[in-house]
Write a new protein. Structure first.
Lengths: 225, 223
């Protein structure tokens, strides 16, 4: 399919099977627009997108404030049909349930939002910059939850540099095209947007099995022959 | 020097803190008071008790550029060129000088192609770059950035470090959740529950965080 905007265009073709997919790309390359298209919230200018076996889907926006519909923390949790106490525990934040949800710090708001999103299973889960504003512990907690997803398609659009879940497939937007870098770990050889540490490891022949912190550490500690 | 003395504001409690010119990064868990600390440095909020001084003066008497952690909260005007020009117009800079500064700043930051775009049509990263440009267009003495790097790709982060040095601010104070970025600072502050638990050079502060997830991954990896 082709997405055309006044200042850029994106040609995207590919098959997204079950598993965790990571899509990276430069600022303003069309990642968020692609997420909207994949969620069915916009239609492509040309081409089609077919969704097979998708009965439930969720798009988490880059900006958690765009999701807010309740005034207080309790109302926000209730709007997702969830118990406040359970959400706060899952989010790992200590805030009073009656405080205005938009008075939370951005990181707290992101944690609250992701706890709501990840409380349910979806056939297609699209997460636009899920790690932005999260502290390192929050990123690790979200990675654990994502890595534990055994069913469905999860697509991450992210600029994250160091803390990733275990991913199955890497894509990147480059020169106006969605490029398929391939499945892990082979994808790392052609991943132009790889964080510097991963690039360094690949260039030195120590290709990580995956891009989790554990995978990167294991590769870094390998003896070079 | 920026000095905090017996500061109390909501959950923030800082008895004494001093840091010198350069890049100061602020790290810590979500909700630990980092943004409130930045707002105190900027004079956006004033302490209930104690004092915050920038080279002996109130932050409100100092030229300060500030980028909010919520990209949309930085936006005042519909068009990028007006947003960029706003600090100069607010300070009654002559129109011709303003136009020249906008063109020069946009060129320097590689956003000339965005000048006629609507702010609401920009991507998250583009909004942050424009907000940063507006914050530094009048060459403020203090530049305060709340998690600007959350919305930037790896290449832009590297580029951002360079333009930050070229911005000419005496003090750069920034929150970041990218520990690799925090390593590239002159000073590092680690917050927990409204208090500065560790302060010093990055190596010094991270040495106290080596058992936590805040320790930079690249430092755990042998060369």
């Amino acid at each position: 399919m082709v997405l055309q905007r006044p200042s850029w265009s994106l040609v995207a073709s590919g098959v997204f099977a079950s598993g965790i997919h990571l899509i990276s790309g430069d600022v303003g390359s069309g990642k968020s627009t692609l997420a909207l298209e994949m969620a069915g919230l916009q239609v492509p200018d040309w081409g089609i997108m077919t969704r097979e076996g998708i009965t439930s889907s969720m798009l988490s926006f880059q900006f958690p404030e765009f999701h807010v519909t309740g005034f207080s923390v309790a109302e926000e949790c209730a709007s997702w049909g969830l118990e406040t106490e359970v959400v706060l525990q899952q989010a790992g934040i200590e805030v009073r349930e009656e405080v205005p949800v938009l008075s939370l710090s951005r990181g707290e708001l992101k944690r609250l939002h992701l706890a709501c999103v990840l409380s349910r299973q979806y056939d297609l889960l699209l997460l636009d910059e899920p790690f932005s504003s999260l502290d390192c512990r929050g990123k690790e907690a979200v990675c654990r939850q994502l890595s534990a997803r055994t069913e469905g398609i999860t697509i991450l659009f992210t600029h994250e540099q160091s803390i990733f879940p275990k991913v199955d497939h890497i894509w990147e937007i480059s020169g106006g095209f969605l490029c398929d870098c391939g499945e892990m770990p082979g994808a790392l050889a052609s991943w132009q947007h790889a964080p510097p540490l991963i690039k360094r490891l690949v260039e030195s022949g120590r290709v990580p099995d995956n891009i989790t912190p554990e995978g990167i550490l294991e590769a870094a500690c390998r003896t070079r022959g | 020097m920026i000095t905090f003395a017996a500061v109390r504001y909501r959950a923030i409690a800082i008895d004494t803190l001093t840091f010198s010119p350069g890049v100061t990064s602020v790290i810590g868990p979500n909700g630990s008071g980092k943004t409130t600390f930045l707002k105190l440095c900027a004079g956006i909020t004033e302490p209930e008790q104690g004092s915050v001084l920038v080279d002996g003066k109130s932050p409100r008497l100092t030229d300060i550029g500030y980028v909010n952690e919520f990209p949309d909260r930085n936006i005042l005007f519909p068009l990028v060129k007006d947003e960029l020009a706003s600090p100069l117009r607010f300070s009654h800079t002559p129109c011709r000088e303003t136009d020249r500064a906008v063109a020069e700043c946009a060129e320097r930051l590689g956003i000339s192609h965005l000048l006629d775009r609507r702010m609401q049509d920009l991507s998250g990263g583009e909004k942050i770059i424009v907000a940063f440009a507006a914050a530094c267009i009048s060459r403020p003495r203090v530049l305060i950035l709340d998690e600007c790097d959350s919305h930037l790709d790896a290449r832009r982060c590297t580029w951002f470090e360079k333009v930050l040095c070229d911005a000419g601010a005496t003090y750069v104070i920034r929150c970041t959740q990218q520990m690799e970025t925090a390593t590239q600072s002159d000073h590092l502050l680690y917050f927990e529950q409204g208090r500065v638990l560790h302060a010093g050079m990055p190596a010094e502060v991270f040495s106290r965080l080596c058992d936590t997830s805040f320790y930079p991954l690249s430092w755990r990896c042998p060369e």
